[in-house]
Design a protein around this ligand. Structure first.
Ligand code: PMP
Length: 432
């Protein structure tokens, strides 16, 4: 491991940052993972680790925010991608490659009868909601307050509400400045895990409601499965009101071999997918019951220059094939061990913190409030500051978690990696 930190003025990362500033807005292309004053620039990744341009090694618990479920450069994924690169990476005719990946998804998840591929999770959410509109002949979309579904205008409402603007019933708060009123007003915002309030709010919009979209394990509501009673209220109500229930499993597919819906129950009409199904390449998909998926064959044309490209399809298939039931079990076991160990460290230090999570994911919170909604998850500016501090101090010591102090574990992580994470967290809390 090199001794030079990316933060040193003569580091290679600083030199890259200075160049980037000249030509990239805000010096970057991906605000979500940017750090002030600038982050380390990555050179390469291998297994559970990434190396920056200084040669410094970091344990990578982001795995590109949940994409790389087998870590970096997994041999079987690399082999599939290499073969495809040699055979050609995109064609304006179909290739066989999209069929086995769709077959695998339909074999694993009961509600998946048909699949439509697209290029990102955001697009998957967008086209799923368009299909719901086409099917129902209605236009409004309901989503949960504070829950992220990517960058599609209708799901960006009330993503970052604050106590100053969130109101009593969740207010429709724009995320992007000057979002058209028609979009802001076309969204119905409901509170996670509050069946009575959600039902009351949804009934008010029954005549216009095309779909309710939920993340079954919403990270910003505690990263635990939604209460079964809440989910079944939404299921029954959407049926009664003539709206579709759409799951966003862009992240949540990683929680079970049959998806989150298989593991925690639930009976969605359509499901948006992304991240792990592309093996590290850009991907999105909608899967669901044929009756609703049929919209894509008629009223909702989707296309896209790179949609279903064989490089993504081949790498995605290889990655999903490696993700057997046994591998899911390993991910779950490691997640349990990690959450327990981090909790012990918090208790040892008497810190005002907690760890939550499900399966292979964990999140470290700067408070001890019980979390079951965005409002109980919400981090005050002072709390957010503490999270940033922990994040950066872990990074300085060679452990990379997401800026929200969230970890996405990969299947190649073993006890050594868990120990490294926990020792580093222990040191950081000790220094606080
Ligand atoms: N839905 C969820 C739950 C997500 O976490 C994300 C991405 N983090 C998206 C949708 C959007 O996916 P993408 O970034 O591939 O557009």
């Amino acid at each position: 491991m090199s001794n030079k930190s990316w933060l040193e003025p003569n580091s290679k990362s600083n030199a890259l940052y200075q160049r980037a500033k000249e030509v990239l807005v805000g010096a970057n292309t991906r605000g979500q993972v940017w750090l002030n004053p600038y982050p380390p620039y990555v050179q390469r990744g291998e297994g559970a680790y990434v190396y920056d341009v200084e040669g410094t090694r970091y344990l990578d618990l982001t795995n590109n925010l949940g994409v790389l479920i087998h870590g970096h450069a997994h041999p079987e994924v690399v082999a599939a991608a290499k073969q495809q690169v040699e055979d050609g990476v995109c064609f304006a005719l179909p290739t066989e490659s999209e069929i086995p990946l769709a077959e695998l998804l339909c074999e694993r998840v009961t509600n998946f009868e048909k699949v439509r591929f697209i290029n990102t999770g955001s697009e998957a959410v967008a086209i799923a909601l368009k299909a719901a509109r086409a099917y129902t002949g209605k236009t409004k979309i309901a989503k949960m307050e504070g829950v992220y579904h990517g960058s599609y205008d209708f799901v960006e409402i009330s993503n970052y509400s604050t106590p100053q603007n969130w109101g009593n019933d969740p207010a429709n708060v724009e995320t992007v400045k000057s979002t058209p009123h028609g979009i802001v007003d076309g969204v119905v915002v409901i509170p996670a895990n509050d069946s009575a309030a959600s039902e009351r709010i949804l009934r008010e919009h029954a005549d216009d409601l095309a779909a309710v979209i939920i993340d079954p394990v919403p990270p910003r509501c505690g990263m635990q499965p939604l209460a079964p009673e809440y989910v079944s209220t939404l299921r029954d109500l959407t049926r009664e009101l003539g709206a579709l229930l759409v799951y966003d499993e862009v992240i949540a597919l990683r929680f079970g071999y049959e998806g989150s819906q298989g593991r925690f129950g639930g009976d969605p009409d359509l499901t948006a997918l992304g991240k792990i199904i592309g093996g590290g390449y850009p991907v999105g998909a909608v899967a669901g019951k044929s009756e609703y998926m049929q919209a894509f064959a008629s009223d909702v044309p989707t296309s896209g220059t790179f949609t279903g490209n064989p490089l993504t399809m081949s790498a995605g298939l290889a990655s999903m094939q490696v993700l057997t039931r046994e591998v899911y079990q390993h991910l779950d076991d490691n997640g349990d061990k990690t959450r327990a160990a981090l909790t012990e460290i918090i208790q040892k230090h008497g810190a005002d913190m907690q760890v939550t999570g499900t399966g292979s994911m964990f999140s470290i919170h700067p408070h001890t409030r019980s979390i079951d909604s965005y409002r109980s998850y919400y981090r005050s500016p002072e709390e957010a500051q503490r999270v940033s501090h922990i994040h950066i101090e872990m990074l300085k010591r060679g452990v990379l978690v997401a800026p929200t102090c969230t970890g996405f574990m990969s299947s190649v992580m073993q006890d050594d990696e868990i120990a490294l994470l926990c020792d580093t967290f222990d040191t950081v809390l000790g220094d606080l």
